[in-house]
Design a protein around this ligand. Sequence first.
Ligand code: NAD
Length: 244
Amino acid sequence: MDRFADRCALVTGAGSGIGQQITRQLLDQGARVVGADLDPAGVPSGAIPLRADVSDEAEVRELVRAAGAELGRIDALFNNAGIGSTANVLDSTVEEWDRVFAVNVRGVFLCTKEVLPQMLARGGGVIVNTASVAGMIGLRDRASYCASKGAVIALTKQIAVQWAGDGIRCNCVCPGTVDSPWVARLTASAPDPAARREELIARQPLGRLGRTDEVAAAALYLASDDAAFVTGTALVIDGGIVAA
Ligand code: NAD
C-alpha cells in the first residue's frame, strides 16, 4: 500500500511507542519521514532522526528548518510527543504542571506554528495531534495531563476551523490505555506491577490494552486522502472506555 508515496512527514516523539509506530507505518506506505525526539536513538531506520525538545521554541525552529532541508517540504505533521503526570490538583507542583503543559500543549503550538507557513504557501497539508481520552474524561491523579490533552483537542478544532479554507486539515487521535513503553513504566513503578497491569486490563470494555500499531493506523487514516472530508475531529481509539 503506497498511500503516502511522495509524501513527506515530520513525526515528533518518534523514538518510542506510538510515534515509532506512526513512523514505521508511514515508511511502509511510501513516505519520507523525519523522526524527532528528545532521544532519537529509537527512531526507526529508514527515517531521518533529529534530536529536539518540542517545548523549546529555538529547538523547534531549528528542527523544522532541518526537516525542511532534508525532505524539501512537509506534507504531514504528527504532533505526537507527550509526557504524563501522576498528581491531582492538591499534590501537583507548579513545576510539574508547567512542564506537562510545555511539552503537551506548547509543543503542539510551536511545531504547528513553524510548519504551517510552508503548508499554506504550498496550498495544503495535514496535521494529526496525539491527544488522549484523558482530554475527554476525568482520570484519577492526572490533573495536568487531563487538562493538557483537553487543550490539545480544543486547539485541534481551532486550527481546523482557522485554516479549513486553505487546504489544511487538522485532527487528533484520542488513545485509551495503549501498551507502549510509557504504560510499561507506569505498571513497573507500581508495588505489584502484574496486579497493576491486570487492573488496567480489567477497566477495558474490550478486555485488553490497545496496541501502538492500532493508534498509528488511526493517525495515518486521518493524514491520508481517505479522510479528505474529515477535519477538526477527535478520533477515539480506546477499547470502549469513553463509551462506558
Ligand atoms: P512513549 O513514552 O513510549 O513515547 C513518547 C516519546 O516522546 C518518547 O520517545 C520521548 O522521548 C518523546 N518525548 C517526550 N518529551 C519530549 C519532548 N519534550 N520533545 C521531544 N520528544 C519528547 O509514550 P507513548 O505512549 O508512545 O505516547 C505518545 C503520545 O501518546 C503522547 O502524547 C501520549 O500522551 C499519548 N497517549 C499515550 C497513551 C498510552 O496509553 N500510551 C494513551 C493516550 C495518549
